[in-house]
Design a protein around this ligand. Sequence first.
Ligand SMILES: Nc1nc2c(ncn2[C@@H]2O[C@H](COP(=O)(O)OP(=O)(O)O)[C@@H](O)[C@H]2O)c(=O)[nH]1
Ligand SMILES: [Mg+2]
Length: 449
Amino acid sequence: MQHIKYMPYVLCICIFFSLTFLSIISNEAYHFINLKDTENTTITKNDTVNAVKEHTTIRHLEFDKVFNKYVEKHNKIIDKLLKPSNESNLLELPKVIVAQPDMNTGYGNRLVGVVCGFLYSLITDRLFFIDGYSNFENYYEKDFEHDWKIIEYLYQNSSSRYLHDNNDYNDFPLVARGNLSDEKTDILYVHTWDYSCAPIMSNPHYKNWFDKIIPDYNVFSAVSLKLLRLHPQISQKVETFANNNFNDHIIGIHYREKKSPHDMVIPIEHYVNVVRMLLVEAQNTNVTLFVAADNNNGLKKLVDSLHEAINSNSNDSSVKIFHSQDDLDAKNSVSWNTGTEVGALIDIKLLSLCDDLVITYGSSFGFLAAAWSEKASRRRGPFIVMPIKNSIEDLLAADKVWVWGASTSEPCMYLSKWLMNNEDKETVKAFKTNPLWMHYSQCHWPHNY
Ligand SMILES: Nc1nc2c(ncn2[C@@H]2O[C@H](COP(=O)(O)OP(=O)(O)O)[C@@H](O)[C@H]2O)c(=O)[nH]1
Ligand SMILES: [Mg+2]
């Protein structure tokens, strides 16, 4: 009888130890899954350290599941749509989002709308198509058929409207606070040069979705890393360059010289200074500088200035400088810009591998590199060098900023200044519930500046 008295205590102790044991086991298993997903290689001690540092992709596992499910669904429906005679007739055509990228523009303006369109299609359960991205499959891997041209004929009698039509029309009230899923129109076109879907992240109807699926709010990164994976031949070039040249710590610099309006200038020494600041922090690591620019002469000027700064400081002798291989003065055959299509993709992707980025205000190219990156979640946002008036005033005045560090790697939304100035109070209020609204808004000139 005596020992029965102690039974509850014994039981408690047993339960405590079992729970502790279980929690250790499940934690180990969790780490193991994370490491495998992150690195996808045999795990050694060093890999463990690296994988713990590189926790980024883990946070998008939920999104990856959503993406894979979407691909499966899309392929099934497309099969039925294109072979209706073999399948039970679909009663009605599925509602669609059609992204219309402007091929004349650069990547920073072209890809944001594609990512926005896909995001809308996921959260509203519409099918996603791209209208007019010539030879998409020459540049990216394609998991599902999204060429609008092959399906468009079925939608001849369908209703349609623009959700975004560049700077002329944007349904921001619907995007920021409406229920997009209730929209009756069959075809919603997304034609934009801007990351104009940013307000959807504040929309009360979709907040739970974002909290669950992309909780770190690196939305562009989550979507683009699945939807826009480079063609193996191009990614091979990126990898070879990175493997041959990149060291422990990489600082990427994008110098966009040819864009400043109103006679503003972008002092090259400001880029060099930011790099010098970062080098102080990166002491005792082997540092690589990767430099990209929008023209050959600008690239040379920047590389020379960096060499000069580094050579004058003997502590930095281990720093190596590499630069873009593209002929930046060649006329681009697809867009209004210079350089080649593939060269630009390689530069963006090499920049995206950098641990720190120093980019140019008002240029979406650098923001694209920051966002379209495995490192978007763990790296602090890019440093942004400001154009200034070519005068002493701008170097002395307190309200002139020369460089600032962005709080996130998300792209910029240049239309947000327009939104805040012109939309109704409720829409502005909804937009500002997004903790990133300042980031989206302050990284670019207003569109009509
Ligand atoms: N290869 C290469 N091309 C660049 C670079 N900077 C600009 N370009 C070209 O110019 C275009 C600039 O357009 P975009 O990406 O929209 O950036 P933004 O115009 O600066 O906002 C790019 O898409 C490239 O075609 C660079 O550093 N390297
Ligand atoms: Mg552009």
